[in-house]
Design a protein. Structure first.
Length: 181
C-alpha cells in the first residue's frame, strides 16, 4: 500500500535527512521502491564550495552537490570522482566519507518514486574550472556566506552539509587522507 507524503511536506520534491534522523522516515515506501546507493561530493576550496544546478529530477533547477548513483562494482571514492568529473569537468581526489543522507523523490501525487541513500564525501580540488557537464545546467564555486541567500534555489540540506564538511575538514587528518579506492 502506498502512502502519501506527510501533512507537512518538505519545501521541495526531495527531503534529505542526516543519518541521525533516519528513524523519522517521511512516509512508508512502497515495496517496489528499493534504496539506490549514491554519492555526493563536497569539494572545498578555502571558504568556497562547489555546487551544480541540477538538470534532472530530483530537484531539477536547484543548486546542490555534484553526485549520482554508484555503479555495480564501483567504490564510493571512484564513484564520487567520476560523478564530479562528469557533472563539472573538474578533477578531484576523494578524501573522506563523513555522513550519509536519505533523499526521497516524490511524484506529483506525493508518492515516493525513488529513495536514494547518499554518502557524502569530502573531496580535494586538484584542477579544472567548473563547467556544466552531464546532468548539470551550471557549475560554480559559492562562498559559504552565499548559501544563506533566500533567493538561491537549493536542494534541502546543502547549507548544513557544507558547514559540516568545513568542520570535518578542520579536524587534523581528515582533509589529508585519501578515501579507499
Amino acid at each position: 500500500m502506498k502512502r502519501r507524503r506527510p501533512p507537512h511536506p518538505p519545501e521541495r520534491t526531495r527531503a534529505q535527512h542526516h543519518m541521525s534522523d533516519s528513524s523519522r522516515s517521511p512516509t512508508r515506501i512502497p515495496a517496489s521502491v528499493r534504496p539506490v546507493p549514491a554519492v555526493i561530493g563536497i569539494v572545498l576550496r578555502e571558504r568556497d564550495v562547489l555546487l551544480v544546478r541540477r538538470a534532472n529530477p530530483p530537484d531539477a533547477g536547484c543548486w546542490g552537490f555534484p553526485g549520482g548513483k554508484i555503479e555495480v562494482g564501483e567504490s564510493i571514492a571512484s564513484a564520487v570522482v567520476r560523478e564530479i568529473a562528469e557533472e563539472t569537468t573538474m578533477d578531484v581526489e576523494a578524501l573522506d566519507a563523513f555522513t550519509a543522507l536519505d533523499a526521497f523523490d516524490y511524484d506529483a501525487g506525493g508518492d515516493v518514486r525513488q529513495h536514494f541513500v547518499m554518502v557524502a564525501v569530502l573531496c580535494r580540488w586538484l584542477r579544472g574550472t567548473p563547467a556544466a557537464g552531464d546532468d548539470a545546467l551550471d557549475a560554480r564555486w559559492f562562498d559559504l556566506a552565499e548559501l544563506d541567500r533566500d533567493d538561491l534555489p537549493m536542494s534541502a540540506g546543502v547549507r548544513d552539509v557544507a558547514r559540516r564538511a568545513i568542520e570535518h575538514a578542520a579536524v587534523p587528518g581528515h582533509a589529508q587522507r585519501p578515501a579507499n579506492t
